[in-house]
Write a protein that binds this ligand. Structure first.
Ligand SMILES: Nc1ncnc2c1ncn2[C@@H]1O[C@H](COP(=O)(O)OP(=O)(O)O)[C@@H](O)[C@H]1O
Ligand SMILES: [Mg+2]
Length: 248
């Protein structure tokens, strides 16, 4: 089992869009995939139109029910989702029970190895105890970066934090997201990649109204867009690049 996190300290950069589309593409590629929505904003949960049952999550926290029961099916083969309701309200309590505290999420994920080849973590934009757990659990952390100075600065802060805390720098890989070549600054930053983007993936996810329309369809892009759609092509390339970086 491999664990992929979509993370950046900055919000609104395309983490959830990438998590949802990559999880769908991985599942369609034959990898049994579980997307875990760790952000209380619950964007990924919303895109998959997942309903939650409150009683069940309480039982998991109390230790009476295995965590695997929280995974909900999606309309798509090979793809399950743990909705944000559980993650945001109860995960903190569970994380605090484990020693060493940064390994709690990794341990929670372990039993999923029997059923899933890939776990995709859609993260909240914060550096928190949960983020430390994500960095410990993830084999690969993909950070979407909009080609702007503020977005690059957020990436640099995360890179600095990785260094400071001793996380594997090679596990953190940025990629450009919401790139709009009509804008001069975007073009400049795409063509002359700053040092912080030295390890970036080659795929650039373009600014695209198709991504915005995921909210209208409540579905990943490949489920509704034509095969020549630019965003669909970009996410497909992103999945191929990501797959090579994971150890299947
Ligand atoms: N490539 C893109 N092109 C256009 N809009 C995008 C793109 N990626 C994301 N968006 C839009 O930007 C907003 C934030 O995206 P989201 O994936 O939720 O970011 P994050 O999870 O980093 O907060 C959403 O409204 C989404 O539809
Ligand atoms: Mg999000």
């Amino acid at each position: 089992m491999q664990t992929l996190a979509l993370y950046n300290l900055k919000g609104g950069v395309g983490k959830s869009a990438a998590a949802v589309n990559l999880a769908y593409l991985a599942a369609a590629d034959g990898y049994s995939t579980l997307l875990w929505d760790l952000d209380p904003q619950a964007a990924a949960t919303w895109y998959f139109d997942i309903k939650t049952e409150d009683g069940k999550t309480k039982k998991v926290v109390e230790g009476n029910t295995p965590i695997g029961r929280l995974a909900k099916p999606t309309p798509y083969d090979n793809l399950g989702v743990i909705p944000a309701d559980f993650s945001s309200r109860y995960l903190d309590i569970m994380l605090k029970k484990v020693v060493p505290p940064r390994e709690a999420l990794k341990r929670l994920l372990k039993p999923f190895g029997e059923q899933y080849s890939l776990i995709v973590l859609d993260c909240a934009p914060s550096i928190s105890h949960l983020a430390d757990n994500v960095f410990t659990a993830a084999d690969l952390v993909l950070a979407p970066v909009v080609p702007t100075f503020l977005s690059l600065r957020a990436l640099e802060q995360v890179q600095e934090y990785f260094k400071q805390e001793g996380y594997e720098n090679s596990a953190l890989r940025p990629f450009y997201s919401m790139a709009d070549r009509r804008r001069g600054l975007h073009r400049d930053l795409l063509e002359n990649r700053p040092k912080s983007m030295a390890r970036s993936l080659e795929t650039v996810v373009p600014y695209s109204s198709t991504v915005e329309r995921m909210g209208e369809h409540r579905a990943p892009i490949p489920a509704f867009a034509p095969s020549d759609d630019a965003a669909l092509i970009a996410y497909a390339e992103l999945w191929l690049e990501t797959k090579k970086l994971l150890k299947f």
